[in-house]
Design a protein around this ligand. Structure first.
Ligand code: MF3
Ligand code: CO
Ligand code: CO
Length: 313
């Protein structure tokens, strides 16, 4: 990714009234990013068991039907893959510093996952070229690791999914790089809180839409916006499946049941809700160049409520 504008001050200027209606809460400052040079595909050793899409692009997905209710064996598989994803994410966050490139993060994540006898789920998923998503500043999600080096003040989401013993585990965090301005820190902290608050509401018999209601109300209370285009998802032997987990206010039908596993992964922004996908087919950027942050957990609905599967040791 190359630098478009260094330390540009981005205010949300909405139309003619902008001079007078300049937001009380500024968008702060950030380095805008655009896609850079992507290194060749990394190899995965023969002994690692790969998902179908590694061999056949667009191999059948589990996109239709009811959310799966997992049995004890499947749940144990999910616990292990999610634990691995969380532990790799923790290590990846720890090496994330000024001067390292997002490709360096990809190398690290790829090697850690392969060392654990697992497969990095993003690699070749619907043609994604790398082993992890790295989304910096105005990139909302699905950033492709490249040769851009992290700069002081960046915020970066690292989204790790592993395929281990036949199950995917998916989680992400947004990391502060060096000295991040107050608005950036507020955004990142609030986004994590919005996820945690919504998890408290999860349990059998609850409507799935309480998640979106909780996150949108929380965001509103912080004068932040939710980017509605990106949703959580059911997960298991498949990367993405039913149910869709919307992060905005909605009345979609669907109830949480014991044995369901799904992700919650809100993206909150300092600016407007709209995103667009760049020509690489993946990188989702905010239309107004505002920064966004994202956090993600995979959860299991249990008889007593829910279990966050993606907690590190
Ligand atoms: N990990 C992302 C999610 O939370 C999905 C990334 S798809 C990829 O659902 F192909 F970009 F890896
Ligand atoms: Co993810
Ligand atoms: Co996900």
């Amino acid at each position: 990714m190359a630098l478009l504008t260094k330390y540009r001050n981005i205010w949300r200027l909405g139309g003619k009234r902008s001079f007078f209606s300049r937001k009380k809460f500024s968008l702060g400052t950030c380095n805008l990013v655009e896609p850079g040079n992507v290194s060749p595909e990394r190899s995965v050793p023969d002994h690692i068991v790969k998902p179908d899409y590694y061999h056949v692009l667009n191999s059948p997905k589990r996109s239709e039907g009811w959310p799966e209710i997992k049995d004890e064996v499947q749940i144990q598989g999910m616990r292990e893959s999610c634990k691995l994803a969380a532990n790799v994410l923790k290590k990846a966050c720890a090496i994330t510093k000024v001067g390292i490139s997002t490709d360096d993060i990809d190398v690290f994540v790829h090697d850690e996952i392969v060392k654990a006898n697992a497969y990095p789920s993003p690699l070749r998923y619907l043609g994604f070229p790398k082993s992890v998503c790295t989304s910096v500043n105005n990139v909302a999600c699905h950033g492709i690791p490249d040769d851009r080096k992290l700069m002081d003040g960046d915020i970066i989401n690292i989204d790790i999914t592993v395929y281990y013993n036949g199950f995917h585990g998916d989680c992400s965090r947004t990391v502060l790089v060096g000295n991040v301005d107050e608005r950036g820190r507020f955004l990142v902290q609030s986004t994590e809180e919005s996820l945690n608050e919504s998890i408290l509401l999860c349990g059998p018999g609850q409507a799935l839409c309480v998640i979106g209601k909780s996150i949108s109300l929380f965001a509103k209370s912080k004068k932040l916006n939710v980017m509605p285009a990106f949703v959580g998802h059911g997960i298991g032997s498949y990367f993405h499946g039913p149910p869709d987990v919307l992060h905005f206010h909605n009345n979609y039908p669907g109830t949480m049941r014991t044995g369901m596993t799904f992700t919650i992964e809100p993206i909150l922004t300092l600016g407007d809700v709209d995103a667009e996908i760049l020509d690489d087919g993946w990188t989702a950027v905010s239309v107004d160049n505002a920064r966004s942050a994202q956090f993600e957990h995979t959860i299991l609905i249990t008889e007593g409520g829910c279990e966050v599967l993606t907690l590190p040791d």
